[in-house]
Unconditional design. Structure first.
Lengths: 522, 327
């Protein structure tokens, strides 16, 4: 066997560059991404009584500048925890959109899917991974969301990547996995689990055609960070004089920011793949290098910006003119205990689903239609799915924006016979109720009623059976001055589909206009 | 390197077939997992049966009552009076304790069995060289929170017992062969036990007027147990007739006199400072009814239970000598 002569090889392997451990930044990035992805799921899993004492489970939502700016714009208040968002703003001012490439758990998931489907996207790198004009959409979406927030309707959470991911997992993917496990005695069921889960799956599937399509085209948080990144200290810099235009740098580029002479800094996720892949070593990530192009490389026609702002601002009056929205919430829009009054609640809720994820009885569900279109995915209590546990205040403890007030079990008062905090009122459906409608004894609602004295009391009565015989039984009645709307009666009612006792929002303590009896005896 | 277009094509076809196989196989695996977990693959539905956990009736007193302020000492005194735990638990036994641990309430509110009583019974079982002591319950409120707030989980773990609540274990369709209930879902840990000890608490109840030992067995049932209230007296007698415990230790340190079985306000609770132990479940319930000022013969399920030979109402009535346990 004779060794082939060097000239016979079709391509010489690229020469190892000296003095530069070229792989390091990318390896570091993957470690960070793995760490933050795991941390995100750990923070969701720790939304329990013990967990909230171990770990600041709200941290991902609190460092999110989109949440902070959105809540500030819609409520003119910045809940203390959200001030942590300056950390991410500062990070972006130094390193650009490093949050997108190194921290964001949804970005990491997108990157994993786009990486594993990379061979399905064939063609010249420069063509496949080029920047496309529709990537400007995320900036327009951001403008529309901010103007909607300024007008008073906080919709940012619908598109915020952290809220979207938490919501999809908490009330979509995790319950779906749960349904495969054997022997759960109380399956966790969520309204529209298929929908919340499918949104996530569809967005991840989009990576098969365009890598990180969500991050490039839709993500309003990425858009906001991209806008800040234009002033970043560290940038990608290409030494154009030494570049051979091999376009290898574009192959694994995450942001389609095209690290050529006209690098689009606002699109760059700082994944540093280009730095690692450049065979000439002419791409650097360095401080204080001159900006490649003005405006971060993306210019948007002024008319489009104006249009986005106007459509965002127009949302609020349209929403508020709709019956069943904040102006007149529907009967099943039962909010978690400690929620602010509906307009203030909607100005704070980012639909992250933390409360839904934390609720131990899965009573809290993402609203599909019952809180109006404005309240899509906001939490409502569905007593058929579960009840509000008397001593539990977890939803308020995990809420990152204060839409649900933090309170102690003492303050909630339900285990101490107090009823200042009320989320609704129970009503009997006498046709469905066994003692009322069918001369059959049953007192389950009264038995489980947790207030003290019980809001449900029993009226002794004599009822007629069909054969003319009489039966003495106890009929449940409600004392509205004691009912807190916890839903235990509805949850445990033996009429298993539509319960014979049902809770609606009326009488909730968060909003004086929900009162329906003139005077509550003290 | 000579690339043969045909071989490339073959490789491509094989690759695509492989990918399709993976997708199909993966979805098949998910479907199979679903089928296995829901039990659809099992054709036959066999009902489990509950063993009789009683030991031979005691020659001496069938019922002992102790009064005093320290719950643990009351347990020891009342059990010593009926022959000690060694009479009921053999070395190597697995013992199941069934406290009332159903409600999101604290000790002072008297809705759940006192944790010190659960812990002391567990310690006595282990001292009698039981292999394993399991505290089991299917709470009405959120299970994990109830176990925590009642104080029972902590006390039981410290005593060396384990605590099983859903979803730690599942349910088994079980023959009850009663007058009303033919079969029902029963919490699986019951089938691990050689010996079963009922640890109820005496409370007011709107439908049955009071609840103590016999109704406490509802806490081992699954399914829509709310349905069991429509013919509650027969249902209680059916379930109690199926379980047949080794021993019953009644917590009457606090007695809920109003607003039961959930209570809430401390005014609903009367400090009674008593514990009763015995092998006659009906007598102990009759004694508990007496604490609430009720005539046990007015309680239909007690009459039904006595009629089925589960015990004697009269044995729990009248003057029962009480053991005083120090100040």
């Amino acid at each position: 066997m004779s060794a082939p002569s060097p000239s016979a090889l079709p391509l010489a392997p690229p020469e190892k560059r000296k003095g530069r451990p070229w792989y390091l930044p990318v390896v570091y990035r993957r470690i960070y991404q793995g760490f933050f992805l795991a941390l995100f799921f750990v923070s969701l899993a720790l939304m329990t009584d013990q967990g909230v004492r171990l770990f600041p489970v709200r941290i991902f939502f609190q460092v999110d500048p989109l949440t902070a700016v959105g809540v500030l714009a819609s409520s003119w208040l910045l809940p203390a925890g959200l001030a942590a968002a300056v950390i991410v703003v500062a990070l972006t001012l130094v390193f650009g959109r490093a949050f997108c490439g190194w921290i964001c758990p949804f970005g990491t998931l997108n990157q994993i899917v786009s990486w594993s489907t990379r061979r399905l996207r064939r063609g010249p790198f420069r063509e496949v991974n080029r920047w496309r004009p529709h990537y400007r959409f995320k900036y327009l979406l951001l403008i529309a969301l901010l103007f909607a927030a300024l007008a008073g309707s906080l919709q940012a959470g619908l598109f915020d990547p952290l809220s979207l991911l938490a919501r999809s997992f908490g009330s979509g993917i995790v319950p779906a996995l749960h349904s495969l496990l054997p022997g759960g005695y109380r399956p966790r069921l969520y309204a529209g689990a298929w929908f919340t889960g499918a949104i996530l799956i569809a967005l991840l599937a989009a990576n098969r055609w365009i890598a990180r399509w969500w991050c490039r085209a839709v993500c309003p948080l990425g858009a906001g960070l991209g806008w800040i990144a234009r002033a970043a200290i560290y940038r990608i810099h290409v030494d154009v004089s030494a570049c051979t235009e091999c376009t290898l740098c574009v192959r694994d580029c995450q942001g389609a920011d095209e690290p050529f002479e006209g690098h689009r800094v606002s699109e760059c996720h700082v994944c540093l793949n280009c730095v690692a892949s450049c065979p000439e070593g002419v791409i650097r990530f360095a401080p204080f290098v001159p900006a490649a192009v003005p405006s971060g490389g993306v210019s948007i026609p002024r008319r489009q910006l104006l249009g986005a702002a106007l459509s965002g601002a127009a949302l609020l009056p349209l929403f508020r003119a709709s019956a069943g929205s904040a102006s007149a919430p529907g009967p099943s829009a039962i909010r978690p205990p400690g929620s602010l009054a509906e307009p203030e609640f909607l100005a704070r809720c980012i639909r992250c689903g933390a409360c839904v994820n934390a609720c131990p009885t899965s009573a809290l569900q993402p609203a599909l239609g019952s809180a109006g279109i404005e309240g899509l995915f906001t939490p409502i209590l569905v007593p058929r799915r579960g009840w509000c546990e008397p001593s539990c205040t977890l939803c308020g403890q995990v809420c990152p924006t204060g839409a649900i007030r933090r309170m102690s079990a003492e303050e909630k008062g339900w285990t101490r016979g107090r009823s200042e905090v009320r989320i609704g009122t129970a009503f009997f459906d006498q046709g469905r109720c066994l003692p009322w409608g069918m001369a059959t004894p049953c007192i389950v609602c009264q038995e489980v009623c947790p207030t003290s004295p019980k809001a449900i009391w029993l009226e002794e009565a004599e009822s007629l059976r069909r054969d003319g015989s009489k039966v003495r039984l106890q009929r449940p009645r409600l004392d509205p001055s004691l009912c807190v709307g916890c839903g235990l009666c509805e949850a445990k009612c033996p009429v298993t589909d539509t319960a014979a006792v049902r809770v609606t929002r009326v009488g909730e303590s968060r909003d004086a206009s929900s009162s329906f009896i003139l005077r509550r005896p003290s | 390197m000579n690339k043969d277009p045909e071989s490339t094509e073959r490789r491509l076809v094989l690759k695509r077939l492989g990918q399709a196989g993976l997708v199909l196989g993966g979805s098949g695996a998910i479907a199979a997992l679903g089928a296995f977990s829901s039990g659809r693959w099992r054709g036959d539905r066999k009902l489990a049966t509950i063993a009789d956990h009683r030991v031979e009736p005691s020659p001496g007193s069938a019922l002992a009552v102790a009064r005093g302020t320290d719950p643990a000492r009351l347990v020891r005194a009342s059990l010593a009076a009926i022959g000690g735990m060694e009479r009921f638990v053999r070395p190597g036994d697995t013992v199941l304790l069934k406290p009332n641990m159903a409600w999101d309430r604290t000790v002072e509110q008297g809705a759940n069995t006192h944790p010190a009583i659960v812990a002391e019974v567990a310690r006595l079982c282990l001292a009698a060289r039981a292999k394993r002591v399991i505290v089991a319950e299917v709470p009405v409120h959120d299970a994990a929170r109830v176990a925590e707030r009642s104080g029972i989980r902590k006390a039981a773990l410290e005593a060396g017992a384990e605590v099983l609540i859903p979803p730690d274990a599942g349910f088994v369709d079980t023959a009850l062969s009663g007058a009303t209930l033919d079969h029902w879902e029963v919490f699986a840990p019951l089938f691990l036990a050689d010996r079963v000890i009922n640890l109820p608490i005496v409370k007011d109840h709107a439908l049955t007027r009071f609840t103590c030992g016999l109704k406490n067995w509802y806490g081992l049932l699954g399914g829509t147990r709310a349905r069991l209230h429509q013919d509650i007296h027969h249902a209680i007698a059916d379930v109690a007739g199926a379980v047949r415990p080794t021993l019953t230790v009644v917590d009457a340190t606090r007695v809920m006199v109003r607003g039961g079985p959930t209570g809430g306000r401390l005014e609903d609770v009367r400090i009674e400072n008593a514990v009763a132990a015995g092998t006659d479940a009906v007598a102990l319930d009759a004694w508990g009814a007496g604490l609430l000022g009720l005539d046990p013969f007015d309680i239909p399920y007690l009459m039904l239970a006595e009629g089925r030979g589960l015990g004697s109402i009269r044995a729990g009535m009248g003057r029962i000598e009480e053991i005083r346990v120090g100040a």
